[in-house]
Design a protein around this ligand. Structure first.
Ligand code: ZN
Length: 269
């Protein structure tokens, strides 16, 4: 159990808030959002963002709040809200889910497609699911999975890049899974050139893991243009410094260069 001193951003009153170790041990990346409800420190409610060293980085007072009906024992009639809805916090959703994400999830629900959300904020997973359960209640069915980027396996590269064009500097973190979808959906034209430069480089890197085109093609071209095939393949391998980490790459390129020369000779004959 860790104790954190949290100060209300409105009235400056403070108190020590206890948080469980379960919550703190998951804060390796990003921030933990603590929902400070009315009465915990003062009459205000706000969200305190705490980093992995348990230092309060920021406090935000939500500018709107939707209170869900409290379950009360006097309510004998049908529950409108199921028990798990207790953990639904609209302010958390509003602060953590970008508008475009909500819109796209809704669109995907209407299209009856499966949804995969990548998020490092594990404390949000239930809130997100409950939020969509609540707003689609009895109307639409959905299939949402939320996983962390670490667990996300795909053929898309997980990469970041930094591009400098003139005096402009672009830092593209999560190029394939964040930057490109965001640029496409929000029509961020200013990003198209830095994205293009980054994807060409990223593509080269991706190739290097599975094929040695960067060695074979230059070796073949060199051989066809008159360089000795063995020398051409060694030169090509030397130039492709990433691809050349694939064992036996220059030998394979040499084989292909010899075949290319034979084919060229056959064509001439
Ligand atoms: Zn206060």
């Amino acid at each position: 159990m860790a104790k954190i001193e949290i100060r209300c951003p409105v009235c400056r009153k403070w108190n020590n808030i206890e948080i469980s170790d379960d919550l703190t041990k998951n804060v390796s990346k990003g921030l933990l959002a603590l929902n400070i409800a009315t009465g915990m420190i003062c009459e205000h409610s706000f969200i305190a963002y705490v980093d992995k060293n348990l230092i309060v980085r920021d406090c935000l007072v939500a500018d709107f709040k939707i209170e869900l009906q409290e379950k009360s024992s006097s309510q004998a009639t049908d529950e409108i809200i199921s028990p798990e809805m207790d953990v639904l916090k609209f302010d958390l959703i509003k602060l953590n889910l970008p508008d475009f994400l909500i819109v796209n999830v809704l669109r995907t629900i209407f299209l009856k497609k499966k949804i995969l959300i990548l998020s490092e904020e594990q404390f949000l997973y239930n809130h997100i699911i409950n939020f969509f359960k609540y707003i689609t209640h009895n109307t639409f069915e959905f299939d949402i999975s939320i996983i962390s980027e670490e667990d996300f396996w795909t053929f898309d590269a997980y990469c970041a890049s930094e591009v400098t064009i003139g005096d402009q500097h672009f830092k593209l973190d999560g190029l394939m899974n964040k930057v490109i979808p965001d640029a496409v959906l929000n029509k961020k034209k200013e990003l198209s050139f830095p994205i293009m430069i980054s994807t060409i480089t990223a593509q080269e890197l991706m190739y290097s893991g599975c094929c040695i085109l960067n060695i074979v093609v230059p070796a073949v071209m060199g051989a066809l243009l008159g360089v000795d095939p063995e020398k051409a393949s060694k030169m090509a391998a030397k130039g492709a410094w990433i691809n050349n980490t694939v064992p036996g790459a220059s030998e394979r390129a040499f084989e292909v260069a010899k075949k290319a020369l034979r084919i060229m000779k056959d064509l001439k004959d």
